[in-house]
Design a protein around this ligand. Structure first.
Ligand SMILES: *[C@@H]1O[C@H](CO)[C@@H](O)[C@H](O)[C@H]1NC(C)=O
Ligand SMILES: *[C@@H]1O[C@H](CO)[C@@H](O)[C@H](O)[C@H]1NC(C)=O
Ligand SMILES: *[C@@H]1O[C@H](CO)[C@@H](O)[C@H](O)[C@H]1NC(C)=O
Ligand SMILES: *[C@@H]1O[C@H](CO)[C@@H](O)[C@H](O)[C@H]1NC(C)=O
Ligand SMILES: *[C@@H]1O[C@H](CO)[C@@H](O)[C@H](O)[C@H]1NC(C)=O
Length: 284
C-alpha cells in the first residue's frame, strides 16, 4: 500500500524533517510546538473578560468622565488606577481598599479623581492633558491581580471665529475680495460656507494653504450671497457670523462665458434659419 503525505508537509519550510512516508494520524512535531506555544501565551479565559468602558471616550474640556470596570469576577478586595497602559507606582492615581474603605492617592492624583465603591474612576472637570490611557488593576480575594485599560480623549471648546473682509474700495477697483477667518484656536480645520452650504470648488475661488483666507477673483454675479467660516477640532465646531457679499447689477462685461457662448449659438442658429428662408423664397 502506498502512503501519501499530508497536505501541510508539501508546503513546509526547511525545518521540516526529510520527507518520508507519514500516516494520516501523525502530527508533525512543529505543529505540536506551535500548539503548546499558543496555549501558554493565551491567558486563561476568566482573566480575558475585564474591560474598562470610558464614558464618554471623547469628552469636552471641563466635563465629567467615568471609567467603568466591566466583567469583574469573584470578590474584589481592591482597585488601583494608573495613568498610562501599565501598573506603575509612579503613575498611580488612587488605590481603593474595599474592606476598610480606604483610599491611598498616588503621585498622579490631581485632586479631581475619585474611585467609587464599584471600582469606577471618576475625573471631574477633565482637561486636555488628561487625554490618554488609564489602567485599572483589581486585586481579588485569591490575590491574583487582573488589569485592563481604557482610553480618553479630551477636546477643548472652540471660541467663535470672526470674519474680516478686504477693503470695499479695493474690492470694487480690482473686482476681487479676500475674506479671512480669524481665530486663535490651534489644531483646527476650517470649512467655508456659502448661503448655508459648504462651498464648492470654482475657478474663481481660491483658498490659502491654512484655509483661513478665501479669495474670489474675479467676483461674478453668482458669488453674491452670505459667507461664513466654520472651525473644527476632533469633538466640536463653531461658526463665524455672516458676511454678505453684494455684487452690482450685471453689465454685459459680467456675463459668464457660458452665457456668451449661448448667445453666440442662438445668434448663429437664427442667422442660419434666415439664410435658409431667403434661399427657399428667392432662389428655389
Ligand atoms: C486598611 O487600610 C489601611 C490604610 O488606612 C491599610 O494600611 C491596610 O492594609 C488596610 N487593611 C486591609 C485589610 O485592607
Ligand atoms: C459605578 O458607580 C458610579 C457612581 O456611583 C456610576 O456612575 C457608574 O455608572 C457605576 N458603574 C457601573 C458599571 O455600575
Ligand atoms: C496583587 O497585588 C497585591 C497588592 O498590590 C499584591 O500584594 C500581590 O502580591 C499581587 N499579586 C500578584 C499575584 O502579583
Ligand atoms: C461658539 O463660540 C461662542 C463664543 O465664543 C460660544 O458662546 C459658543 O458656545 C460656541 N459654540 C460651540 C458650539 O462651541
Ligand atoms: C487672538 O489673540 C490676540 C492676542 O493674542 C487678540 O488680540 C485677538 O483678539 C484674538 N482673536 C480672537 C479671534 O480671539
Amino acid at each position: 500500500m502506498k502512503l501519501h503525505r499530508e497536505r501541510g508537509q508539501q508546503t513546509a519550510g526547511p525545518m521540516e524533517p526529510p520527507s518520508g512516508p507519514a500516516s494520516r494520524r501523525h502530527v508533525p512535531w512543529n505543529r505540536l510546538l506551535l500548539a503548546v506555544a499558543l496555549l501558554s501565551f493565551w491567558p486563561p479565559p476568566t482573566t480575558a473578560r475585564l474591560t474598562v468602558d470610558t464614558v464618554p471616550p471623547l469628552a469636552a474640556e471641563g466635563s465629567i468622565v467615568v471609567f467603568n470596570v466591566l466583567g469583574k469576577e469573584g470578590l474584589v478586595l481592591g482597585y488601583g488606577w494608573f495613568r498610562g497602559n501599565r501598573v506603575d507606582r509612579a503613575a498611580a492615581i488612587d488605590v481603593y481598599q474595599v474592606l476598610n474603605n480606604s483610599f491611598t492617592p498616588g503621585p498622579a492624583n490631581t485632586g479631581r479623581e475619585t474611585i467609587k465603591p464599584n471600582g469606577s474612576l471618576i475625573i471631574q472637570s477633565v482637561q486636555k492633558r488628561d487625554s490618554g490611557t488609564y489602567t485599572v488593576v483589581t486585586v481579588k480575594a485569591d490575590l491574583t491581580n487582573v488589569s485592563a485599560s481604557g482610553d480618553l480623549q479630551v477636546y477643548s471648546l472652540l471660541q467663535q471665529p470672526s470674519i474680516q473682509v478686504s477693503d470695499p474700495v479695493d474690492r470694487d477697483k480690482e473686482n476681487k475680495v479676500v475674506i479671512t477667518c480669524n481665530t486663535n484656536e490651534t489644531d483646527i480645520s476650517i470649512k467655508w460656507i456659502f448661503n448655508g452650504q459648504y462651498i464648492k470648488a470654482a475657478k474663481n475661488i481660491f483658498l490659502s494653504e491654512d484655509g483661513k483666507k478665501l479669495t474670489i477673483d474675479p467676483i461674478k454675479k453668482e458669488n453674491a450671497g452670505k459667507y461664513q467660516c466654520e472651525i473644527f477640532n476632533i469633538g466640536t465646531s463653531n461658526r463665524s457670523g455672516i458676511f454678505e457679499l453684494k455684487v452690482k447689477k450685471s453689465s454685459l462685461f459680467d456675463l459668464t462665458t457660458g452665457t456668451v457662448v449661448g448667445i453666440l449659438v442662438v445668434t448663429s442658429v437664427c442667422l442660419g434659419l434666415i439664410a435658409a428662408l431667403v434661399y427657399f423664397l428667392f432662389f428655389k
